[in-house]
Design a protein around this ligand. Structure first.
Ligand code: UDP
Ligand code: MG
Length: 319
């Protein structure tokens, strides 16, 4: 049994050594306990502009179990995770953040569950006490909203999860560019299990998910998994139409009764009302059209520039 550990890193030079140290002790102890026979740690450098890559190169040079992939630029968290998982050679692979917010100690439980037959083991946060009020409420609202719209998503699960080899192989067959991994895995089927943990504070450095990225991540999650908003457009459109019809009948009736006051409001208000609704849904529509546009381009999800300690190692030289 070999375990792969996948860690995406974007400007994480301050935490690389600490993660390495903690993982090394843990993973070696798993070998001693005969939970696994071997392991590899795959770091994916997502176009960092600090010393992340040189730190990774240093680790890879001194330790053959450390592998590093370096992107040509910043492609984002989800593509970085994808690249790491695609390169994993283990019988099971676990992904976790570089900042030690997901305590690596629970990997042991994940291995046990995986060996007991679960193909996907989700790491789930016990609570969000340490989050800011803003992050907590927006996150809870997001999960609720996703569930409401029929997207199967595990509450309070981020990207800390373990996959068995069959789940990894299935994952590799997904070619979509718009990726929201938290929605993809539950949709894959497979037997799953959940391990809860307490999320720690970031070990060092700052969050790489500012509000702007969080919002686009949420929109990504919604629009790549459900066309419920589109259906909402037709439903609301129909209700509007019905209301307008009733209003029309009422206008005729008033006219017949002879009590009609030439009205400004009845002409102008609907223009605003329907104008607003139409604009809103053109917005939603364009969200999807934009996605189709990105998908049909079939652009590569990521571009790897350098590889260390892999079979097709290029040590930074052009392939
Ligand atoms: N990350 C990445 N590319 C990005 C943004 C983030 O690879 O464009 C990595 C980052 O290095 C970290 C993980 O994704 O390992 C999660 O990011 P972060 O911890 O900043 O997010 P938060 O925990 O604050 O939501
Ligand atoms: Mg984090």
């Amino acid at each position: 049994m070999k375990l792969s550990v996948v860690i995406p890193c974007f400007n994480e030079e301050q935490v690389i050594d600490e993660v390495y140290g903690r993982l090394k002790i843990l993973l070696n102890s798993y070998i001693e306990k005969q939970l696994i026979d071997d392991y590899e740690v795959i770091y994916v450098d997502d176009g960092s502009s600090d010393g992340t890559l040189s730190a990774l190169k240093r680790l890879a040079a001194s330790d053959k179990q450390i592998k590093a992939i370096s992107f040509s630029g910043n492609f984002g968290h989800q593509p970085a995770l994808t690249a790491g998982l695609h390169h994993a050679e283990g019988d099971m692979a676990v992904s976790l953040d570089a900042d030690l917010q997901d305590p690596p100690e629970i990997i042991e439980q994940m291995i046990i569950r995986c060996r007991a037959g679960a193909d996907i083991v989700y790491g789930v946060r016990q609570d969000r006490k340490d989050d800011t009020f803003f992050k907590r409420t927006t996150a809870v609202a997001f999960y609720k909203f996703m569930t409401l719209m029929g997207v199967n998503i595990i509450y309070n699960h981020a990207d800390y999860r373990m996959l068995s080899r069959p789940a990894l192989e299935a994952f590799k067959t997904y070619g979509e560019v718009n990726r929201f991994l938290r929605g993809m895995f539950p949709a894959m089927g497979f037997k799953h299990s959940v391990v809860t943990y307490k999320r720690e504070r970031r070990f060092a450095g700052t969050t790489k998910y500012p509000l702007k990225k969080m919002v686009s991540f949420a929109v990504e999650g919604i629009t790549s998994f459900t066309n419920f908003p589109l259906r909402l457009a037709s439903v609301l459109g129909f209700i509007n139409f019905a209301a307008a019809a009733v209003l029309g009948l009422w206008a005729i009736a008033t006219k017949l009764k002879g009590g009609a006051v030439p009205g400004w409001a009845s002409i102008v208000l609907p223009i605003y009302l329907f104008g607003g609704i139409q604009l809103m849904f053109i917005g939603i529509l364009s969200e999807y059209v934009g996605k189709i546009y990105m998908e049909v381009k079939h652009r590569p999800l990521f571009i790897i520039r350098e590889k260390y300690n892999f079979d097709d190692d290029n040590h930074g030289k052009s392939p």
